[in-house]
Write a protein that binds this ligand. Structure first.
Ligand code: ADP
Ligand code: ASP
Ligand code: MG
Length: 424
């Protein structure tokens, strides 16, 4: 007998038929004698609809400012998960399975105060463990917890993955299964590159890079938690027949295991390609080249919670003036330019230029640590396709390249095949 946390994403609970199918997956594990907790997302599209309502309300009322209270944002957008946890509990009960729904505050899942992007601080798993021991399935609303102000706090988009892994750690589950609309983690987004291959295993560090560089199959924070708490996490499909052979395999279920790199026998140099859309580039021209300039630029941006990513500084010709270029999410450009404008005197630059609609493509692989020439291969392949590179950043296990938006799919396909990742 094992203790298993099963998480089902938006497309897996998109309507009542899909919820019935989820209930059959749960029943399979319950019938095998396992203790089961389930984490659910909102029905697909629901969270977007709720966010839209929140954003439109000030406009409809005719307010001067588009801003809204983050606590009320959370009160509204957390409701999607409340619906699906209740419906799944009803579906399970109708199949004669003892089940009960739980909201984040009922467990409770304690978070910090960052409404809209809260982090889980602590989960009291004792009630859930006790109920599971009595044969009850806990059906938990993902994406939500309880802030220090005793109000609902949500965990950022895609946060149900994080709820699931955090709960798995709190109840010391033997396994956390993330069920989604693809049957595992692929070498790149299989919806963009049909030749992408499913990985049997991927190392935590690589999955962390893939997720933070744009592969939305797992929320970044969920991978961090799985790595820190050593949660055995699988990504697998909810769309397969719940009773197909092997679906209930305890040690080796179908899907992709996220694991320590030591567990991977045949490590490739490059494991995968990720991409992130809606990047923007900001350049400050003719900056004075003196100590403290970077701090004067990036300090105020950080204080305004603007996430700066790639940074490129030119070497000045005469030691007096230089140029600085960096990227931010497209949605933050206006805010960033306003902040830089307010600090113009302190920074000391001539003009600001910006360009939106860019894409960052990234090549990821632990094998890069011990192989030279990986970046050169990417640059050559992109050049052959006439794709211009606007900025580059590298780390031990990844190379990120900024390009024009319209070339995104071509670049991802090109990089995927130049490292021999296409399935034969
Ligand atoms: P859920 O609603 O189940 O949380 P998401 O839409 O958040 O599902 O994540 C699953 C999607 O992630 C897939 O449909 C796929 O298009 C996308 N994806 C991006 N990169 C990858 C990758 N490397 N492997 C698998 N899926 C990926
Ligand atoms: N429903 C939330 C979202 O769409 C959380 C999740 O699906 O993981 O972001
Ligand atoms: Mg998701």
């Amino acid at each position: 007998m094992a203790r298993i946390v099963m998480k089902f994403g938006g497309t897996s609970v998109a309507d009542l038929d899909r919820i019935k199918n989820v209930a059959r997956h749960v029943k399979r594990e319950v019938d095998a004698g396992h203790e089961v907790a389930v984490v659910v997302s909102a029905m697909s599209g629901k969270t977007n609809e709720l966010v839209g309502w929140v954003q439109n309300t000030p406009k409809v009322v005719g307010a001067n400012s588009p801003f809204y209270d983050a606590r009320e944002y959370d009160a509204v957008v957390a409701s999607g998960e409340q619906v699906t946890s209740g419906l799944l509990a009803i579906a399970l009960q109708a199949m004669d399975i003892n089940a009960r729904s739980w909201q984040g505050w009922q467990i409770p899942i304690r978070t910090d105060n960052a409404h809209g992007a809260a982090r889980i601080l602590e989960i009291d798993g004792s009630d859930i463990i006790k109920r599971m021991g009595e044969g009850q399935v806990a059906v938990i609303s993902g994406f939500q917890g309880l802030g220090p102000d005793n109000r609902i706090a949500t965990l950022g988009r895609g946060g149900s993955d994080t709820s699931a892994v955090a709960i798995a750690a709190a109840v010391k589950a033997d396994r956390c299964d993330i069920y989604t609309d693809v049957d595992g983690v692929y070498t790149t987004d299989p919806r963009i590159v049909p030749q992408a291959r499913r990985l049997k295993k991927i190392a935590f560090e690589e999955m962390l890079e893939m997720a933070s560089l744009g592969a939305k199959v797992l929320q970044v924070r969920s991978v961090e938690l799985a790595m820190v708490h050593k949660v055995r996490t699988f990504v697998r499909s909810s769309f397969e027949d719940p009773d197909a052979p092997g679906m209930g395999d305890l040690l080796n279920p179908p899907g992709t295991l996220i694991c320590d790199e030591e567990e991977i026998v045949e490590q490739e140099v490059v494991t995968g390609i990720a991409y992130a859309k809606d990047e923007a580039q900001i350049s400050l021209r003719r900056l004075s080249d003196r100590p403290g300039v970077s701090a004067a630029i990036f300090g105020p941006l950080a204080e305004s919670h603007i996430n700066v990513d790639m940074i490129v500084q030119n070497i000045s010709e005469d030691g007096s003036k230089t140029d600085m270029t960096f990227t931010v999410p497209s949605g933050d450009v206006e805010k960033a330019i306003k902040v830089l404008g307010e600090n113009k005197q302190k920074i000391g630059y001539d003009v600001i230029q910006n360009e939106s609609g860019l894409v960052k493509v990234s090549v990821i692989g632990i094998g890069m640590r011990s192989h030279a020439g990986v970046a050169a291969t990417a640059f050559r392949a992109l050049a052959e396709k006439g794709i211009n590179i606007k900025a580059i950043t590298t780390s031990e296990i990844k190379i990120s390249i900024l390009i024009d938006g319209p070339y995104a799919e071509l670049a991802v396909r090109t990089l995927h095949s130049c490292y021999g990742l296409d399935k034969s």
